[in-house]
Unconditional design. Sequence first.
Length: 367
Amino acid sequence: MNVPLVDLKVNAAPLKADILARLSRIVDNCNFILGNEVAEFEKDFARYCNCLYAVGVANGTDAIHLALRAAGVGPGDEVIIPANTFIATALGVSYTGAVPRPVDVDDQTFLIDMQEIEKVITPRTRAIIPVHLYGRLCNMDAVKEIANARELLVVEDAAQAHGAESNDYKAGNGGVAGCFSFYPGKNLGAFGDGGLVTTSDENIYQSLLALRNYGSTRKYHHPVKGYNCRLDTFQATVLAAKLPHLDQFNRDRYDRACQYDQALDGIGDLVLPEIPQPGPHVFHLYVIRTKRRDELLAHLNSAGIGAGIHYPTPVHLHGAFSDLGFQRGDFPRAEAIADEILSLPLYPELRSDQIEYVAGKIREFFH
């Protein structure tokens, strides 16, 4: 049996006819750039996130970059990020001219450690980026308490947490801006690259509209230096077709995670992810931990199972950020996590027999 890490084909199949019909209409009207469908999707997604505004951009990295710029972050500033995240979080900061300041993460949730944030705040610190990694919400009450006390901005990296919510808070509405990626494998994925920024701040919204479109507020009028990083009409249309199904996708992901938990309980030295009540975790990824990670990964891959690692290298150890001056040992929890984590196949359509096959191969490995 082959079990891919993500199965985009089976995910798209039920919506294929609807999506093709929508795309056909765009081909007929030729409104390919910032068409009406983009504005409609932006309104729908803003409403979904309980925000006033949303601005579609080309990808999740652009979302972080432009959100920070629109909020006034730039050269001379420092932005606090978790050491355990995809490199795009740090790149988005560096593109503004600011310096990413990684901190260690919690050993249980793998998310940013609140106590570590306080230790690195300096007069140059301008913002905190909590990353809702793997689909799990950070403790936003704690993040905002620190930010409010120190007069810092909060810009969320919600690239893996579409629809995650807790109490009155929903991913994307906990700071001055929320940043989303619509990479095809995300909980809400496009048929190519795409991204979006949510905000309820009118000034940030207006700035984002200009920054994504060459700094233009009207055609051939460019009061600021901007970029060409718009969400195209095709991708907005695909996302609009999928958005009404997102909550069900997330419920299905949660159910599959619970099945994994039951099937993998007590096997070897496996550490399974904490599963809170439905809502705060939408399980973009199901990530286990073992000291025999590399051996287990090879065993699963040889059995046709598409396990992966998210992520094998903490931000501070990438060559791209060697200028920050960090070295191995500076963030021991993030480094240990990177050496031991393993992502198992997870998507809404994952079947019970596929989960049992994966679990069986893991049991086989440890016995």
